[in-house]
Design a protein around this ligand. Structure first.
Ligand SMILES: NC(=O)c1ccc[n+]([C@@H]2O[C@H](COP(=O)([O-])OP(=O)(O)OC[C@H]3O[C@@H](n4cnc5c(N)ncnc54)[C@H](OP(=O)(O)O)[C@@H]3O)[C@@H](O)[C@H]2O)c1
Length: 338
């Protein structure tokens, strides 16, 4: 057992893309446990687009990470020592929220030991990523059988799961992703009906061809020009589930809003933003249904693992440059379930 912790701290707020010296990796001794606490050796760190939002001092859904503070981000790991009667060494837990190799916590979510699933499943399809896809599509997008659902960032962690749930619900599903390989992947592995390669540059016409009956649900992950093209093809009473706008997170200057917003009016569409934490109390119901789909082989997922906490910023960069295929994780220590 190590006596030292390694943590990424925010040194200064990024302007535009995250710079190498905006954060620093520091070592410090792990303090002694107090009554009620557990010591967790973290195994995986989730890096997410929202990490970039948390680094900015803007009005958002949580407090930004303070300068000098440990960077915020979800972890899972194994209990190494416990002064909490609810936890024993060897328990797998989830719920640490810092970029660090060890966490001292007052407790955490215990992960089931007997599912046969790797730990990475609980950091992806059955974790916050899967929950985002489930509630964002079903509760916010409200797809009906036979409707057309378009999903941007379709090969990504959330998007790939959204498309599969929409297929389970009997919809025509069209993805938007960057590059021919990713587009082929979402069709072959995740069963999308079609996928538009936005990097080819003809998004509106390619989308029009892939959605001959127009678009009823937009699961929006990207924003910007791609969202405008989707808005152009919305049907009457369409729903836009506004999950994310990754194309804007690194913007250093003001960016232009949607040009086709008028179609929300013309088509009497509903745009609803959501944050997954709004649904925390309902995670068990979604995990039960998603777990069933996973066990039946109806739901597949990708994880993309980078090794070592020292590479956490590179892992985050992969999300903004589209190098990741599926849920981007950082392995912080050995995973006995892998
Ligand atoms: N509302 C919530 O509670 C919630 C929760 C989780 C995630 N989200 C949002 O969901 C979206 C997807 O997140 P994720 O964790 O699943 O990440 P992800 O899709 O696995 O990774 C992000 C993907 O976005 C694409 N991308 C990056 N920059 C882009 C740009 N400028 N234009 C077009 N595409 C770009 C890249 O794919 P390509 O190679 O295809 O470009 C990249 O692989 C993000 O907007 C995130 O903020 C929201």
């Amino acid at each position: 057992m190590s006596t030292m912790n390694r943590q990424w701290r925010l040194k200064k707020r990024p302007v535009g893309d995250i710079g190498k010296d905006d954060l620093e990796l520091v070592e410090s001794p792990i303090p002694d446990l107090k009554d009620g606490e557990i010591l967790v050796r973290n195994i995986y760190l989730s890096v997410d687009p929202t990490n970039r939002i948390w680094m900015s001092d803007i009005d958002q859904y949580m407090e930004p990470v303070g300068i000098g503070d440990v960077m915020r981000g979800g972890t899972c790991g194994i209990v190494e020592a416990s002064k909490n009667s609810g936890f024993a060494p060897g328990d797998f837990v989830i719920g640490g929220m810092q970029w660090e190799t060890y966490s001292i916590l007052p407790g955490a979510g215990k992960l089931p030991a007997d599912t046969g699933l790797p730990l990475t499943a609980f950091m992806s399809v059955l974790g916050a990523t899967g929950m985002t896809a489930y509630f964002g599509l079903l509760d916010v997008g409200k797809p009906k059988e036979g409707e057309t659902v378009v999903v941007s960032a379709a090969a990504g962690a959330v998007g790939s799961i959204v498309g599969q749930i929409a297929k389970i619900k009997g919809c025509r599903v069209v993805g938007i992703a960057g590059g021919p390989e990713k587009c082929q992947h979402v069709v072959d592995k995740f069963g999308f009906d079609a996928c538009v390669d936005y990097k080819k540059g003809n998004v509106l016409e390619d989308l029009r061809a892939a959605c001959p009956n127009g678009i009823d649900v937009d699961f929006e992950n990207v924003g910007g020009d791609i969202m405008d093209d989707v808005f152009t093809l919305l049907n009457l009473n369409a729903r836009v589930s506004l999950c994310g706008m990754i194309s804007t997170y690194n913007a250093a200057d003001d960016w232009t809003g949607p040009k086709m917003f008028r179609n929300i009016l013309m088509k009497r569409a509903i745009v609803q933003g959501f944050i997954i934490t709004d649904f925390l109390g309902r995670f068990p119901e979604a995990q039960a249904e998603m777990g069933q789909w996973v066990m039946e082989g109806k739901l597949k997922w990708d994880v993309d693992v980078v090794n070592g906490i020292e590479n956490a910023l590179d892992a985050l960069d992969r999300i903004f440059t589209g190098k990741n295929v599926g849920k981007q994780l950082v392995r912080l220590s050995d995973d006995p379930t892998a």
